[in-house]
Design a protein. Structure first.
Length: 374
């Protein structure tokens, strides 16, 4: 109740239409506190806005974060309008404060922002079929295509070295060597798995450093639940949750979408025999993705798409394993070996990818050729 009162008080800071008639918690996000705010217009229509309290413990530079979002959403709106689309439905729209600010800071120091609510949409929490992956690929591919001309170097790095896999490996090595909880002995197989692939850790970052890849706008959280689907067409409409939009590589987004969507089991499945890399889901996402960005990506970037799926999955496993070794200080856990079990699922996916590596490469090559022929 107290939190609702704080949200109600924050509403008065924003430039809204109509009379406020209520606010209630909305969605199931784990980072920011989100509310649906209801307003009655003179016409009798009810309008909704989305109010969020930004978690400034995770996002320590709220100003930089919000400048990123403001710049990207404005750019997206222009591009969508140019193509004949509806920017109020196909992109997030920030509502400014009455002082023309991007966010409001209350008396307790909490930071709040507001978006226009996109009505008649739904979200998908779990990928259930290949068609889900296809439409996910279209959505994230379109997001990247629209932002292809955006100056990525102008974006603030919200979480430094978020997908710097070599640095993630160094943090893992430090955790292993210190072994403060004496857990390394319980993860010998997993530690060896990482060490056997150490030469691949810089597969993406080295190409960026050498100028083979160009810096891109990266979403960095390309799970299917970050897409709003249109209730009428059932197709992807708008990419949401832009908190981790940063300068990076398209491969971070492609790889993480495959990692999260092409797993046959839950991320923390204890029975590793249930964990399988679904090649048909990889094909479906890649098909939708390349239909959008085939002309944007260089041949070198296309060739590295399978590797990006492997590297992003390996990196995620390394992060889980590192957290396990240091005492579960980052990821929330529900039992003692939770992060170790999570690491095992990621490493099983990596091993499966390696077993169908040629097929993954052929899929990308064939779909790129098909997309080019359209």
């Amino acid at each position: 109740m107290k939190e609702n009162l704080e949200a109600i008080k924050a509403l008065s800071a924003f430039e809204t239409e109509g009379e406020s008639v209520g606010v209630q918690p909305y969605g199931n996000g784990h980072i920011n506190d989100t509310y649906a705010a209801y307003y009655q217009l003179e016409s009798g229509e009810c309008r909704r806005y989305l109010l969020q309290r930004i978690n400034d413990r995770i996002f320590t530079n709220v100003n930089g974060l919000m400048k990123n979002i403001a710049g990207v959403t404005a750019y997206l709106a222009d591009k969508i309008l140019e193509s004949g689309g509806n920017p109020e439905r196909e992109a997030l729209s920030l509502i400014l404060t009455k002082k023309n600010g991007l966010y409001h800071t209350d008396e307790q120091g909490n930071c709040w922002r507001m978006y226009r609510f996109i009505e008649d949409t739904f979200s998908v929490q779990i990928v259930e079929k290949a068609e889900d992956m296809y439409y996910s690929g279209i959505s994230f591919g379109k997001f990247q295509k629209l932002l292809a001309g955006y100056p990525a170097e102008s974006l603030y790095e919200v979480i430094k070295d978020f997908h710097n896999t070599p640095r993630r490996y160094l943090a893992f090595k430090s955790a292993q060597e210190q072994d403060i909880l004496k857990r390394a002995g319980l993860a010998v197989k997993e530690i060896c798995f990482v060490e056997e692939r150490v030469k691949e850790m810089d597969a993406l970052t080295s190409l960026l450093a050498d100028g083979v890849f160009k810096l891109r706008v990266s979403h960095n959280d390309t799970k299917i639940n970050n897409i709003l689907f249109d209730k009428t067409t059932k197709k992807g409409l708008c990419v949401i949750d832009l908190d981790t939009v940063m300068p990076g590589l398209y491969h971070y987004d492609f790889g993480d979408a495959i990692r999260s969507g092409a797993n046959s089991a839950a991320e923390d499945e204890r029975d590793i025999s249930k964990v399988e890399f679904r090649l048909d889901f990889f094909e479906a996402f890649t098909r939708g993705y390349l239909e959008q960005v085939n002309t944007v990506l260089s041949d070198e970037e296309k060739n590295m798409l399978p590797m990006s799926a492997k590297i992003m999955t390996l990196e995620c496993g390394i992060r889980f394993l590192t957290d396990y070794l240091v005492g579960d200080t980052y990821f929330k856990t529900h039992h003692e070996n939770h992060n170790l079990e999570r690491a095992r699922t990621q490493f099983k996916l990596v091993a499966d990818m390696e077993n169908c590596w040629t097929q993954m490469q052929d899929i990308v090559q064939n779909l790129a050729a098909t997309a080019a022929g359209k």
